[in-house]
Write a protein that binds this ligand. Sequence first.
Ligand code: PRP
Length: 210
Amino acid sequence: MRKLRIALTKGRLEKKSVELFEKMGLDCTELINKGRRLILPVGDYEAVLAKAADVITYVEQGVCDIGIVGKDTIVENGKSFYELCDLGIGKCDFALAGKKGTDFFGGYNIKRIATKYPNVTKQYFESKNMDVKIIKIEGSVELAPLLDLSDAIVDIVETGTTLKENGLEVIEKIMPISARVIVNTASMKLRRDEIDGFITEIEKAKETVK
Ligand code: PRP
């Protein structure tokens, strides 16, 4: 049988995930010195480095058994997998933000919202019974209100520095975000003991990494 495969979100969550793996007593030497390699041994597991949305695809499709991914990507894209634990790392918030001092909820015109998260944005404004025009942006969403492409953005805010340095502010927080462990539904049945073992160890490790 192949090693249990863990899809790991590249970038922001990567460093904290490595810390967790090290606390679990897993050898992360190859992962730390990965160069441009994308599949690396981590202890007895195999880590696959991928973009957040692809972590979900790989786990849903069963080519990876376990995934470590932000709740933001799960609520935007996720469907069929188990979400087993909150790792308490990568903490941030989904927020509605706009130019400092503007009255976003005032006036009757249909507001334009730029975001990397159109589904989250749609649900949020539906819950407010507000009709908005959603504009999908791939990154640095903060540019949109500055260029007058949108009236506001829906994005993740961690320290608030990006907003602040660009003259923007939070209008309303939408929901708290953190990294989660997700598991493929078939793996959960077929490799239950190994997955339980991984979850127990990572739950223990997360208490010491915050
Ligand atoms: C995220 C997010 C904000 C920023 C928030 O972007 O989209 O731009 O981080 O962090 P802060 O509150 O600590 O400033 P990311 O760095 O992932 O880049 P991207 O927008 O290009 O995806």
